[in-house]
Design a protein around this ligand. Structure first.
Ligand code: NAD
Length: 289
């Protein structure tokens, strides 16, 4: 989607960090922006910053883990701003626990926000975007943890969710090939945000607000050369910097935004292991079946 000016962008998790960076960057391009967040005060503050840039803004309280809440967001966007051209499914949380310590509520929280949050966005917005006939684009915020287990030990649910976000975006690219809707998935390493304090907005049904902390001095086995955590995985990037790369990807309809080039060897390492595994098991002798 080349032309952004005058069009409408929607950003979930827009009240902080990468979402705020995207919302402001879209406004600077002349887009009207709906800033949606589970933290309404934070969404409101960013919506004010967006308005100050001379475009229309809308703050909406949304819990992306709840389909009905995302449906309300879509209704508000279409009634107040008239359209949605760019949907950024960006809201995300992380919990720091080893696999053996995870409870069902931990899995539910992270998968429902990080993976189902994206699914709900697609379910609610995509049909309307297609029906409009206008050019459109969907940006899903994945992570380098969606390409390899890139974190400190203890982000198993996050890794599972982000692999899902990468996979669904890749699959969506195929499904939407003959339509006017493009897709991108964003896979950064460390970005300077409040992600480590994700528990500040945990919903009561998953256990309520909590201080989430990274696991220090992790004793679980770690892969050689695996970065310690997203926020240490290479140099921390600023959200505004990442937002400009996302806008470029929207304009060029690029599938991947993988901005931390220093992580390339780790991605290669993962694929090398997969190639090795394939080579080791091929060819299959039919007589052994
Ligand atoms: N910061 C990093 O290093 C990094 C790296 C890779 C990917 N990401 C991803 O970037 C995205 C944005 O995170 P961030 O780093 O800006 O963190 P952040 O905590 O600064 O912002 C996340 C926003 O999402 C909101 N949110 C949380 N739960 C929500 C829900 N149920 N519904 C709606 N909004 C909700 C929060 O209130 C917050 O405003 C996430 O998907 C995260 O996984 C972050």
């Amino acid at each position: 989607m080349q032309d952004l000016k005058g069009r409408v962008g929607v950003v979930t998790g827009g009240g902080s960090g990468i979402g705020r960076g995207i919302a402001l960057a879209l406004a600077r391009e002349g887009m009207n922006v709906a800033v949606s967040d589970i933290d309404y005060a934070a969404a409101g503050a960013v919506a004010e910053e967006v308005s100050a840039l001379g475009v229309q803004s809308l703050a909406v309280e949304t819990d992306v883990a709840r389909p009905e809440s995302v449906a309300e967001l879509a209704d508000r966007v279409y009634s107040d701003l008239g359209a949605a051209h760019l949907l950024c499914n960006n809201a995300g949380v992380v919990t720091f626990k080893y696999a053996q310590d995870m409870k069902e509520a931990d899995w539910d929280w992270v998968l429902n926000v990080d993976l189902y949050g994206v699914v709900h966005g697609v379910l609610e917005f995509l049909p309307r975007m297609l029906a409009s006939g206008d050019p459109g684009h969907i940006v899903n915020t994945g992570s380098i943890a969606g390409l390899l287990p890139a974190g400190t030990p203890g982000i198993i649910a996050y890794t599972a969710a982000k692999y899902g976000v990468v996979g669904l975006t890749e699959a969506m690219k195929l499904d939407l090939a003959d339509t006017q809707i493009g897709v991108s998935v964003v896979c950064p390493g460390g970005v300077e945000t409040q992600i480590v304090q994700a528990g500040r907005n945990r919903q009561s049904r998953y256990g309520g607000k909590v201080t989430t902390e990274m696991i220090e001095n992790a004793s679980a086995p770690q892969e050689e050369n695996t970065p310690q955590d997203e926020n240490n995985a290479g140099e921390l990037m600023q959200p505004g910097e990442l937002a400009l790369l996302i806008i470029a990807a929207v304009r060029e309809n690029e599938l991947y935004v993988v901005p931390h080039s220093e992580l390339q060897p780790l991605v290669e390492q993962r694929f090398d292991r997969l190639y090795e595994a394939i080579e080791n098991f091929m060819p299959i002798d039919p007589r052994t079946r």
